[in-house]
Design a protein around this ligand. Sequence first.
Ligand code: ZN
Length: 157
Amino acid sequence: MYYAHPHDAAQPELLALGPLVALGAGWLLVRWVQTAPARPDPWESAAGSAADLREPDTWLCYRCLGPHSEAAKFCPDCGAAVGPYNNYDPFLFLFSVGQWLRTGTREPPRRGWLFGLGFALAALGAVMILAPAYWVVLAWNRRRSRRNRSVTAAASG
Ligand SMILES: [Zn+2]
């Protein structure tokens, strides 16, 4: 003899109501979010309006901070590759790589052996067979910078 469990009798109706209850709860949640009162823009007071966050009118060179136009591909002051799409243009990309390689050899280098190792390894990928020549210039620049720092430290202290 089969004895029906009390839950078994109500199960078909509950199974049919479950998705409807979930759908109704979801609809109520959406309506609650849609009808919630709008609060003031939190950015309005601190950083100006949202319109101030648009693209800048004046573009600055990342190297010398000189202004340049949005359409400029190179900085008119220092010649750095500043175009926003320079790295996507196969020809202009070469100038970006050259700019980056010069960062390791012509400017005061970043201190630390990790930067030196990074420039050396990245040059291997960028200029391949010419990498040993780049390494010589890189090492010469780092030694020159180290010598200048020691002279400056000796003169000041
Ligand atoms: Zn510049």
